[in-house]
Design a protein around this ligand. Sequence first.
Ligand code: ZN
Length: 333
Amino acid sequence: MSTSFEQARTYAAGTAPLPFPIPAEVTVQEVGPRDGFQLEPGTIPTAEKVAIIDALSATGVPRVQLTSFVRPEAVPQLADAAEVMAGFTPVEGVEYSVLIPNLKGAERALQTPADCWELMLSSTDAHSIANANRPTAEAFDRLRPVIELGLAEGKHLVGGLATSLGCPFEGRTPFERVAWAVALYADAGVGHVTIADTAGLADPAHVHEIASRLRQEFPDLRITLHLHNTRGLGMANVISGLAAGITDFDSSIGGLGGCPYAPGATGNIATEELVHLLDLLGVRTGADLGALTTIARTAVSAAVRHPLESSFEKADPSWVLHTPPQRQELAGK
Ligand code: ZN
């Protein structure tokens, strides 16, 4: 059985490339087990989460975000973080990340096999106050001991920056503000940041401006784009990010997820839609769309018990052909 990348190459053979350069390969991080599950209204049993994580690990996705070491009272859906971490089977070549909100969470995470710690900060003060009850600079000061511990333990640290592509309280986030927040991490020794469209407010022009200027100003920094599809612009924003040279994207199986502190913010971009687009563009991800779609339609649907936002809940990939109809002979002619 050929991979979705090969099927898409056959389908698109002979098509002229886009009129601007894009990367040949990108790294996709699947964030459904954390960013997706944390907002689900129903309780998902730990065993189901573990089964979904193990299935996702076998799709070829190179990075998977597993859970968050937040206070169980704050996010009851992820109260089983330690059990999830003890239950899943790590696959060689896959990097597993966890979200670390504070030093206490970091100390809990140290007892688990997480290679990568993702930190959370809001680029805008209003969202930071909503999320962390203090403005950005003060919230960052509370992350400093986590960063020191993570660096000392040799963890891959990723500095998350919520509301970098628009804030539901402050509006469009200026580049200078995002660059200031990125510099907080970079100056503290964090070499990888995530630019997040927490409220789904991003548009292709803003994504291109922020991403390309960050790449210019911080040439050694690794930058992930974390996009939401709240207003239908998710895939357009991916293309804009590719055009700016971004090679790391977060996405969520089935399009699960949102942000509890950003009014009206719904789903992350769906991993199936992202991989489908990248397959069509000839950008390698290593992930197989067929395997992802099967997991979304079966295990993920069963776990969340509601329709998924991904187009691939119903649609097949563009390259799947249907049997053509036979011409009918009409009676009496
Ligand atoms: Zn998200």
